[in-house]
Ligand binder design. Structure first.
Ligand SMILES: [Ca+2]
Ligand SMILES: [Ca+2]
Length: 452
């Protein structure tokens, strides 16, 4: 982009609100010295749900145990996910069929022949490895996050033993290590514990301890994540159970879902404080209910209040069967009825304002808005010191804002609203400060023009 397209609207003359003459209402002040969490990345669930249309799509896109995949659609989806949208993380559920019955009566001795890994292997070969290759082609590291799922009201007695649970977790990871040469970054203890299943704060803490000890014994480096609570409002007893036991020594990431409370502030403060005490990152690991600008506001709260290092929508690519989700997108990509093509859903476009420019290794820095009800701001620094600023205009009016403290540079600008999808705006130059008109109900991203 030529320099002539940049609007040089900064000034080196100091001025404050009293000298503003009503020009702007809102100040955004960036402080490069106040640094917070390091970004790990952005992700989605690799699994497809088991509805008929999704089963058909899954068979075409990634094949099944019995059928090879039939088109290049998978590769196009993975290219779009990693190279365009900027995902670098996949989550995958491990269900009870991996150890359908107890392998033997000794939790210290793994009987690998009693485990059933073929579904897991298929997902690894068709989705995880090709995704990983694309992330690595960007010079970045893939984050692979396995989580155990158990929706049963009656968890079998043998699995209620923390030592048996830990053996199951260790067996899965040893299998991956031996067959594919890598371990997941995270093992999530249990997806959405209680009240609809047998998992309690105490049992999650006990299984965290047993798994932590077992991983140490087996030389497994995967970090244990939890509690992956469904509703953030119910997280406190789980955090207390970790803190009051040895589990706090083994927890590697504090994770939560956003259902029922996307704009909750108090519990986000609690989880940030808990993770800070333990010296571990926080991660929002699932949400499918956001709607356009609301999803941008949710990730803003997660990044700035909960200090989340990672953020995940629900699915990667699903079909139109669930129209409620398909209209907006609890999943990134919607696959068409013919299963020949796909599109990035509206929520994905709002999230792309964050994902495409804020990359793993970037640090969040202070970006204070003088009126967060109207303009929400968050900013990041790359390891090379390049700045990224993201503004959310929650109001129905265009807002003229004054932005101070971004590193001096030319910035490219893009935005998403109901009518604009990752659209370019004229670039700007920051010399200490500049003014900018933020379109109504939009997310605007500024990124240093000479960074990727
Ligand atoms: Ca066992
Ligand atoms: Ca055993």
């Amino acid at each position: 982009m030529g320099c002539s397209l940049y609007l040089l609207i900064s000034t080196t003359v100091d001025f404050d609100l009293s000298e503003n003459n009503g020009e702007f209402k809102i100040r955004i002040d960036i402080d490069l010295q106040k640094q917070f969490q390091t970004i790990g990345g952005w992700g989605a669930n690799s699994n497809f749900p088991s509805s008929k249309s999704n089963r058909d799509a899954a068979r075409l896109i990634k094949g099944s145990k019995d059928y090879p995949r039939e088109s290049g659609l998978r590769d196009r989806i993975l290219d779009a996910a990693v190279l365009d949208l900027g995902l670098n993380k996949l989550l995958l559920g491990v269900n009870r069929f991996v150890e359908p019955d107890n392998d033997n009566s000794d939790s210290d001795k793994i009987n690998m022949s009693a485990f059933e890994f073929s579904d897991l292997d298929h997902e690894i070969e068709e989705m995880i490895l090709p995704f990983k290759k694309r992330v690595e082609s960007r010079g970045e590291k893939m984050i692979f996050h396995l989580t155990y799922h158990d929706y049963r009201k009656s968890t079998p007695e043998w699995l209620k033993s923390p030592a048996e649970y830990a053996e199951l977790a260790a067996a899965v990871i040893i299998h991956l290590r031996e067959k594919y040469g890598f371990e997941p970054e995270y093992w999530g203890t249990i997806n959405e514990p209680g009240p609809d299943n047998n998992w309690t704060p105490e049992s999650v803490a006990e299984c965290t301890i047993a798994t932590g000890r077992r991983f140490k014994k087996e030389g497994i480096k995967s970090k244990i994540a939890g509690p992956d609570i469904c509703n953030l409002r119910r997280i406190s007893p789980f955090l207390d159970a970790y803190e009051q036991t040895e589990a706090k020594n083994y927890l590697g990431a504090a994770t939560y879902h956003l259902y029922g409370s996307y704009n909750n502030i108090n519990e986000r403060i609690k989880i940030a404080s808990f993770a800070s005490k333990l010296g571990i990152p926080t991660s929002m690991t699932e949400w499918m209910l956001g709607k356009k600008l609301q999803i941008a506001e949710a990730i803003y709260y997660d990044l700035t209040i909960a200090n989340s290092s990672e953020w995940n929508e629900y699915g990667l690519c699903w079909t139109n069967e669930d129209t409620k989700r398909a209209k907006i997108g609890g999943d990134f990509f919607l696959v068409n009825d013919e299963i020949t093509d796909f599109e990035l859903l509206p929520n994905g476009r709002y999230l792309k304002q964050f994902f495409a420019r804020v990359r793993p290794g970037y640090k969040r820095i202070e970006a204070t808005s003088s009126d967060t009800k109207i303009i929400k701001s968050t900013a990041f620094l790359s390891p090379e010191g390049k700045g990224v600023l993201i503004l959310i205009n929650s109001s129905s009016d265009e807002q003229l804002v004054r932005i101070s403290g971004l590193p001096d540079s030319k910035y490219q600008v893009s935005y998403t609203s109901d009518s604009a999808h990752n659209a370019k705006l004229p670039g700007v130059e920051s010399k200490k400060r500049f003014s900018f008109k933020v379109p109504s109900k939009s997310v605007v991203t500024f990124h240093a023009a000479d960074s990727n």
